[in-house]
Design a protein. Structure first.
Length: 267
């Protein structure tokens, strides 16, 4: 039930949906004479927010603190045998396209997949774990986990090293189901690979599930605090990034309120 409510609720309140509702609602209200003043205000506000998201640094300012909250672990002094495994969270693959085209299909978060592979060669005794099923409320295809595992094996990773958890639908389930699969021990260290904006919530959940986490954030969407005032490259991209960052901030708040994490902004 939590999963369904989260998906439906987010679809209704995300910035792009609210902006669209203001503009479309305003246009519909303008058909009624008595509501035309209100309609003009709604359309003007919607257009202003749309332009603010796409032509100002708003999206970058919102997402940068998430990405800079947790830095990559210092791996220079870590010897290969001390890493039990590398856990790569799903989200960088497209299962429907992979099935249709017969090959791995990556999206903008595809660095999760390639970074996991790079770390697997750096730590050749570590397990390489993929965790992720279908996160959509209405699935449009099979999970991409199989295509990811096949890609890793095709690059030379021994099949025995590759483990797949393909039932989880959100970050909480990633952590819980990965723990059930891997049964982490207190002395073991696990590299966690996910997008930088997602790392605070993900690392908190995996620690709570029993993993000793070494974070490896990838898929950065901003240049960092020194260039936080840079404008997005296009209006749609800025709006997409604002949606992404808002969803993560809201996820941190909701997970804290329901007791899934121990801090509002985990480190």
């Amino acid at each position: 039930m939590f999963f369904v409510l989260a998906k439906v609720g987010w679809a209704l309140i995300k910035p792009s949906s609210l902006i669209a509702a203001l503009i479309i609602g305003g246009l519909l209200l303008s058909l009624a004479q008595r509501w035309r003043r209100t309609a003009r205000g709604a359309v003007a506000l919607g257009l202003a927010l749309y332009l603010a998201a796409g032509l100002t640094p708003l999206a970058t300012i919102v997402i940068a603190p998430l990405e800079d909250r947790i830095r990559p672990a210092d791996l220079t002094a870590i010897k290969a045998p001390s890493i039990a495994g590398i856990i790569v969270l799903g989200g960088g693959e497209d299962g429907a396209i992979a099935r249709a085209r017969g090959q791995l299909a990556l999206n903008e978060a595809g660095e999760r997949i390639t970074a996991g592979l790079e770390l697997a060669y750096r730590f050749p005794t570590a397990k390489l774990v993929f965790s992720g099923g279908i996160g959509a409320l209405i699935p449009r295809g099979p999970p991409g986990a199989r295509a990811v595992a096949q890609f890793w094996r095709a690059t030379g990773i021994a099949p025995a090293r590759v483990l797949v958890e393909r039932r989880s639908r959100d970050t909480h389930e990633n952590a819980v189901m990965s723990a059930a699969l891997l049964r982490p021990k207190p002395q073991q260290r696990w590299l966690l690979v996910t997008s930088a904006f997602h790392m605070p919530r993900a690392s908190a959940l995996f620690r709570r599930a029993g993993f000793r986490v070494l974070p490896w954030p990838v898929d950065y969407r901003s240049d960092g605090p020194q260039r936080a005032w840079r404008n997005p490259s296009s209006v749609p991209r800025g709006l997409e990034q604002l949606d992404l960052a808002t969803k993560e901030w809201l996820g941190l708040l909701v997970y804290r309120l329901v007791g899934r994490t121990d801090a509002l902004f985990p480190k």
